[in-house]
Design a protein around this ligand. Structure first.
Ligand code: HAM
Length: 405
């Protein structure tokens, strides 16, 4: 039997209802914050991700679905959404236009990771990217937007925050960190030895316990921030306090993608096991420029949809539409016609096998229909139809002409 690839799942209808409900809720919130939908291709040039997410990141270094297409182009399935949106922003010359551009998107992302609960090779993200606002008010606004989305879905979370500094303070910090790593090089894991050469701050994110203990003594990025980064971060905290958004400062939060500067954040849930990050994002004020656009401040985030599904509190499902059934074969043609007439406005399920009234009522209940409409021998003779409103528990027999109105 041919099976789906490891870490790639089908989304069957029950899960899809949650999925759809999430997208609908999150899109509504995004629109309320002035964001507009954008769709970018699943396949992009590999160079796009190398230049943005970064060659030293696990995503680009180990996890890309990369291949040469039939024309010999080096392409890959997108591992995340930001790079594609920035490419579209630059390619469509929106950077030259100036002003503020806010986008949201959702769709599949691909990472060749080791699959486990909450970690897939094909997974779905809902993300937003905002271009043209340097003010930290936008950072607070995006965090409040995620909080609004989670509130609407009944999802609890912890928000972790950090500032990664900018081109003024980050290089100095990196130097002091490398000095520290050089002094302790015999104590750090091989991955960290590699990170020391490629992107030293990534060591702070290492999961190795010995490394983690050692880095407690490492110079703190947070205390090395320049005046402007520090003042922005303080303002952000004040804005969050004023809006009753609780947070924890995590000075080791560096995120797994290279494009961030200044604000970085993650939302985690304690209810879903080891893969606890349900959303992540931050500022990337240099990325538009790195991708050959005009320098433009930007910030965004993405929510991992699969990790949330089990946490979503769904609203009570309302009964909906019609179920049609005949009690005799002779009534089938009439019932199909009556059902078809309702399809222009309602969801209609037609049962093609003649059955008893009791069996039809059960069938209507199974598909969660609001109305069960049945034609038996007597109704057929009198050109009538029996209809029960399953929500109100009321029944009546109507003439077919009356029913069609
Ligand atoms: P990210 O932290 O790599 O950020 O991914 C965002 C979210 O996607 C994670 O918090 C997690 O919920 C979900 N996720 C990531 N990998 C997997 C996986 N293998 N299986 C299931 N869920 C996963 C980004 O992708 C950035 N583009 C976010 C961003 C947008 N930053 C600025 N703008």
């Amino acid at each position: 039997m041919i099976r789906s690839l490891r870490g790639m799942n089908d989304i069957l209808s029950e899960d899809y209802e949650r999925f759809e409900y999430f997208i609908k809720t999150a899109s509504e919130v995004a629109r309320r914050y002035g964001f507009h939908y954008i769709e970018t291709p699943l396949l992009e040039e590999t160079a796009l991700f190398k230049r943005s997410v970064g060659e030293s990141s696990d995503i680009v270094g180990k996890e890309m679905y990369q291949f040469n297409d039939k024309g010999g182009n080096d392409v890959c399935l997108r591992p995340e959404g930001t790079a594609g949106v920035v490419r579209a922003f630059v390619q469509n010359k929106l950077d030259r236009k100036g002003g503020i551009h806010r986008f949201f998107y959702h769709g599949p992302m691909f990472r060749y990771e080791r699959p486990q609960k909450g970690r897939l090779r094909e997974f779905h993200q809902f993300g937003v990217e905002s271009f043209g606002v340097a003010s930290v008010y936008e950072d607070a606004s995006l965090i409040m937007m995620i909080s609004d989305i989670f509130k609407a879905l009944g999802i609890g979370y912890t928000l972790q925050l950090n500032s990664l500094g900018d081109q003024n303070c980050m290089p100095q910090y990196r130097e002091s960190l490398v000095e520290f790593l050089d002094l302790h090089v015999s104590e750090i894991c091989n991955d960290c030895k590699r990170r020391k050469e490629t992107n030293p701050i990534r060591v702070l994110d290492c999961k190795n316990e010995a490394c983690q203990n050692l880095y407690k003594e490492a110079p703190k990025l947070f205390t090395s921030l320049c005046e402007s980064c520090k003042s922005d971060f303080d303002t952000l905290l004040k804005l969050l306090d004023a809006n009753a958004i609780a947070y924890e400062i995590d000075t080791h939060l560096v995120r797994g993608l290279d494009y961030y500067s200044k604000t970085a954040f993650e939302f985690v849930s304690t209810e879903i096991g080891a893969q606890s990050a349900i959303a992540g994002g931050g500022r990337y004020d240099r990325l538009v420029e790195f991708l050959d656009g005009k320098e433009t401040p930007a910030i965004g985030f993405a929510i991992g949809i699969e990790r949330l599904l089990e946490l979503i509190v769904m609203p009570q499902k309302e009964r909906e539409g019609y179920y049609f059934g005949a009690m005799d074969a002779e009534a089938l043609e009439t019932i199909i016609k009556a059902g078809q007439a309702k399809r222009s406005t309602d969801t209609v399920i037609i049962e093609y096998t003649p059955k008893s009234l009791k069996a039809h009522l059960k069938g209507a209940d199974r598909v969660n229909a609001r109305y069960c409409a049945v034609i038996g021998e007597n109704e057929l003779k009198d050109a009538k139809i029996w209809v029960k409103d399953l929500q109100e528990s009321k029944e009546e027999t109507l003439s077919l002409t009356q029913f069609k109105k």
